[in-house]
Design a protein around this ligand. Sequence first.
Ligand SMILES: *Cc1c(COP(=O)(O)O)cnc(C)c1O
Length: 672
Amino acid sequence: MSSWSTRDSAELYGIEGWSNGYFGINEDGNVELSQTATGANPLDLKRVVDDLVRRGLPLPLLIRFTDILRRQVQAIHGAFSTKIDEYGYKGIYRPIMPIKVNQQRHVVEELLDVGASVGLGLEAGSKPELLVALALMGGRKDGLVVCNGYKDQAYIETALLAQRVGVTSLIIVDRFSELKMILEAAEHTGLPPNIGLRAKLATRGSGRWAESGGDRSKFGLSAEELVLATEVLEERGMLDRLTCLHYHIGSQVTAIRAVKEALSEAVRIFADLYQMGAKLEYLDIGGGLAVDYDGSKTNFHASRNYSLEEYASDVVWQVSSTLNELDIPHPRILSESGRALVAHHSVLVFNVLETNRPEEIQPIPERDPTQDEHAIIEDLREITQIVSRKNYTEAYHDAISLKEDALSLFRHGILDIKDRAKAERLYWEICRKIWKIVRDMEYVPEDLEPLERLVAETYYCNFSLFQSVPDSWAVKALFPVMPIHRLKHRPTRRGVLADLTCDSDGKIDQFIGLHDVKETLELHPFKKGEPYFLAVFLVGAYQEILGDLHNLFGDVNAVHIEHDPINGYSVRHVVEGDTVRDVLGYVSYDQRTLLERLRRAIEHALSEGKITFEQSAALVRHFERGLSGYTYLDSQADVAALLRSLAPKSNSGPAETRNHSANTEVYEVVPK
Ligand SMILES: *Cc1c(COP(=O)(O)O)cnc(C)c1O
């Protein structure tokens, strides 16, 4: 027990595998934002959360790390630049952020800031996204927007006109019919378009989103349509406006083989279109660069079997070697890696509210000496006493069948509900004892595997899976989950996480494991009154916008944190989450009407003498407070406990000066 160290925790939760070097565990047993991320001193995540809670920001909190965003942009750009130098490639590389991956204004603005030096552009997949992209890009040096998605005349004209404010908008023909619209709009506005063709590759991606590529994919032009489009442009004398070839074979491409095959196909198309006279300047290889959520470095759906360097190397090499042979000038390479850019930078932190262990509801039932026990109960009781390393498999099988027999006797009225409760209680006791025996064994016998689930505690947590980690529910995506403190101690319990919704699907019961997906997570015993904070990592891509209002749990508070050499960190923005009033508004309930109805009911009750004036006042007060409050559970108890734990132990100086090291000057509260 005592030999447990933070190293063991790091290994158990696989932090090195999935964190890309951004997170680690410090000597205090807390998760820290590492030097890799900050470029300087590590930052204690637990301390940051404590500070935020003390400032009155309740959990759950979404923490966005600007430093990670910056590092990811640099890493992706750096990987391509290195290969461009190495292979003597003549073009440049520019990263493109597909806004759909995280449209939050603060995130996009921060990305544009940190990406300015490497020419980061934006990709829009809809009219609203286009408007955002154009507005944010306008006036920036070398602004670049890739215009994807379904288009109408207005969409295309907007994109064309934006070129007048210095934005290069590449209008991508996703469906053949769009070409005609683009040509009409160009004529109408008198503005020359930058046309891109999206190729429908025969190569499919790999992993969960493989269907985005291949002959049956929703977007893109077939070989025939590509030829036809080129011919149409030639007829119009506009082949010089065909400046970009684009493809996208799907998100989270887990296998490098798929990346390479798509590239070789696309580069051939590029070469042929060029030789037909197109003035291609851009090759946009789409997104799909995968994130290694489970750290396994395999082609499992939550991982990828290649590194960023390998990816960049294959792209640059493939393009340059093929085009060199044909003496075709090197295009600028664009990639729309959304997931890989932003997944790492957000962490969802929440508190555990309570736990439930079914077998601990009551103590082991004593044998009542005055009464005869049914043979089944006697047998179960005996097993609890004799179960050992030698006989646990047999004991487990016996316990299961005895429990089933007990249920059958209950159905026939032979055992009463108290007997049944006793039998189940003893059964749980046996399971727990067996679990203690097998949990440290190298290999758990296959038929004992369900035990892990049986003995798992449910940790009830203050968050909504549907709002904050929707892919965990919708597509059974895996995200790293772990406590952010107490990591000096061995986590002795096994748990599954249940969220606040009343949906039985609202739980996390799949976790990344060293060799396989785990059904339970190692956790520390939860003690009421002592804060226990857990975090889901790598939630920066897709999760926020796909999140929904199930049970009317709204957006969580989001905080932008940046490393600060003097104070450790600074809070760049606080983006307040939804209040109850906000979410009720989304479903068309208006505060006034609700209060009016309540008051009417109160008047009625008053007139019938069913409520006192004071009670009615209290009811209205609760109602009003509720409306303006956070949709999640009040963590006041945790705050109080936290403050107690932070209180100065002796006369070692005032607590404020010791703890209050964060810079609050740049603290800006922004409504959404
Ligand atoms: C969704 C999408 C992307 C982003 O893919 P990631 O896997 O997040 O990198 C890129 N390009 C297009 C056209 C998309 O639709």
